[in-house]
Ligand binder design. Structure first.
Ligand SMILES: NC(=O)c1ccc[n+]([C@@H]2O[C@H](COP(=O)([O-])OP(=O)(O)OC[C@H]3O[C@@H](n4cnc5c(N)ncnc54)[C@H](O)[C@@H]3O)[C@@H](O)[C@H]2O)c1
Length: 312
């Protein structure tokens, strides 16, 4: 994707979205953010807005509002990050979750198609849609077996991307992230444990590990996720792409790494395992490497160091 283009980022005031907006502004793109600020924060965009990015407060469930925002912005690419990301809330109220994650995505795709947008980069979750990993690292062809409505709504949104491509020729790629961590991360997200543990370390507290702490996830640094979005927008490739490191790290690995890089004592206390938790998942990223030319570059120690520094 050439620089100096117009980009629209839904959910751009959030953790991952605002990191992407900064990168787009940095390379000279004109950026419009659509966000209802339900979990996102205006201050995440302070730097970007001072450099010309525009924030439009709107709810992606409002199809008419999206249609007129997209018509005004005339984006060359849309990055769709807006979603409700709270797995527990999706269990408590699946209809509300799907209203945002499925209904909202349909509105984004319809507005993009009407505005003649050539390409939409959608956001999905490799951590939430595969369920318990049968083959590790899991390729995109791994069976889809989400443990919660959140994973199902993210997968359903992907399927709407595919049907908009079949019905209307709208080109879409769905990036299935692992557990994303880094500056501006909220404890509620899929890699929330990292934000929580970093906070504990800085206040001299004790991290709580549920179960034996040997459950593994594919933790991917937000800067790598931003690079994957730019690569996906610049390519012609469509369909699902796993975006992770290919390596599963355990909760104990995170505690050990934080102890190592801080040089502080940091010993966990254990609490009973939480029911319904996936034990092991990591993502095979061969497809992203081959078709997007993308690779995760930041290892866990380096990424944790940057995350800790951002909180000091
Ligand atoms: N954080 C992770 O580990 C992770 C992993 C896999 C996928 N994802 C996906 O990445 C995307 C970004 O997640 P994040 O971690 O940055 O979370 P976030 O909550 O920080 O960002 C989501 C953004 O969407 C906005 N939003 C929510 N509902 C909206 C609505 N109805 N209309 C308009 N805006 C709305 C929020 O205000 C927020 O700014 C989401 O699509 C999420 O499903 C995140």
């Amino acid at each position: 994707m050439p620089a100096f283009m117009r980009a629209l980022v839904t959910g751009g005031a959030g953790f991952i979205g605002s990191n992407l907006v900064d990168a787009l502004v940095e390379r000279g793109d004109e950026v419009t953010v659509v966000d209802d600020l339900s979990t996102g924060k205006r201050e995440n965009l302070d730097g970007a807005i001072s450099r010309g990015a525009k924030l439009v407060e709107a709810d992606i469930r409002d199809a008419d509002a999206l249609r007129s925002i997209f018509a005004d912005a005339k984006p060359g690419a849309v990055f769709h990050m807006a979603a409700q990301i709270d797995v527990r809330k999706s269990v408590a109220d699946p209809a509300w979750d799907s209203g945002i994650n499925v209904g909202g995505t349909i509105n984004v795709l319809a507005a993009a198609q009407e505005a003649g947008v050539p390409r939409v980069v959608n956001t999905s979750s490799g951590g939430a849609i595969y369920g318990e990993g049968q083959t590790l690292p899991a390729p995109e062809s791994h069976p889809v077996a989400p443990e919660a409505p959140y994973g199902l709504s993210k997968f359903c949104a992907e399927q709407y991307c595919e049907i908009f491509e079949r019905m209307h020729g709208l080109k879409t790629a769905s990036l299935r992230y692992g557990n994303v961590y880094g500056p501006r991360q909220d404890p509620l997200g899929e890699a929330g444990v990292i934000a929580i543990f970093c906070g504990k370390l800085l206040e001299g507290g004790t991290p709580t590990v549920f179960g034996d702490g040997m459950q593994t996830r594919d933790y991917v640094f937000v800067g790598d996720v931003v690079a994957a979005n730019l690569a996906a927008a610049g390519s012609q490739a469509t369909g699902p792409f796993n975006i992770g490191t290919g390596v599963g790290s355990s909760v104990i690995d995170i505690v050990d790494s934080l102890r190592r890089i801080s040089g502080q004592p940091f010993d966990p206390e254990h609490a009973p395992e939480r029911l319904g938790e996936v034990h092991h998942i990591s993502l095979d990223t061969s497809r992203a490497q081959e078709e997007l030319g993308w690779n995760a570059r930041v290892g866990l120690d380096e990424g944790l160091r940057v995350t800790l520094d951002s909180l000091r």
